[in-house]
Unconditional design. Structure first.
Length: 216
């Protein structure tokens, strides 16, 4: 499997401890689920009724395949985390064992993943820098759906009212059901900018605008 480690980091066994795994198992229960980035779709991270234990300590160090640039999510006694090389790990909060892992695809382009996953119902949603979006069974890690978005995904999915929303680097927004059914897509470049060429081609932008573009 391809990774994006630097030469120095590549010689090390990477044991990254997520914040959730450090916490006492009593804290990680169904009442304290953290299903998406910063807890909710507003991205506030504001959970006034939640109290962290004061006796934090190392419970276990779990080796991943690469560095971790994403935030873990917690649901029904499981912690889910995506590492830099696009491998998803599911960790049991009681035993701290890895229950399953899933390797996303994309070759050399699947690196430095920064989009945190999200849990909705029985499903885990994951976007990657390789441009693939995944819906997995959160209990088993089985693939439910793979969507080829054809451009990187750097933003974490936002979940609200039984819908999942995510955006690609090219400013395309997707709306899905939890189990992967696609409701709609919205394209900022075509709808607002009114550009219908190759958005990654400077020549196409120059031809459409007939004036200066950033690369010229």
């Amino acid at each position: 499997m391809q990774t994006c480690r630097t030469q120095t980091r590549g010689r090390l066994t990477l044991a990254i401890l997520t914040a959730c795994i450090v916490l006492a198992p009593a804290f990680l229960n169904a009442q304290n689920d953290w299903p998406q980035l910063l807890s909710g779709p507003r991205r506030s991270g504001n959970v006034p009724d939640l109290t962290l234990p004061t006796n934090l300590g190392l419970a276990r160090a779990i080796p991943m395949t690469d560095a971790i640039f994403t935030s873990p999510v917690v649901s029904d006694g499981m912690v889910y985390v995506l590492d830099g090389s696009g491998v998803v790990f599911a960790v049991d909060t009681d035993t701290l064992d890895v229950r399953w892992k899933f390797e996303t695809r994309g070759g050399l382009g699947n690196c430095n993943n920064v989009a945190s996953p999200a849990v909705v119902g029985d499903y885990l949603h994951v976007g990657t820098t390789a441009g693939y979006y995944y819906v997995l069974d959160k209990r088993t890690g089985a693939l439910v759906k793979e969507i080829d978005c054809e451009e990187p995904i750097y933003s974490a999915p936002a979940v609200g009212k039984d819908r999942v929303y995510f955006a690609t680097l090219g400013a395309r927004v997707y709306c899905l059901d939890p189990d992967h059914k696609q409701h709609w897509t919205w394209d900022f470049v075509t709808e607002v900018v009114d550009f219908h060429g190759n958005r990654w081609s400077g020549m196409d932008w120059l031809e459409a605008r007939q004036d200066r573009v950033t690369w010229r």
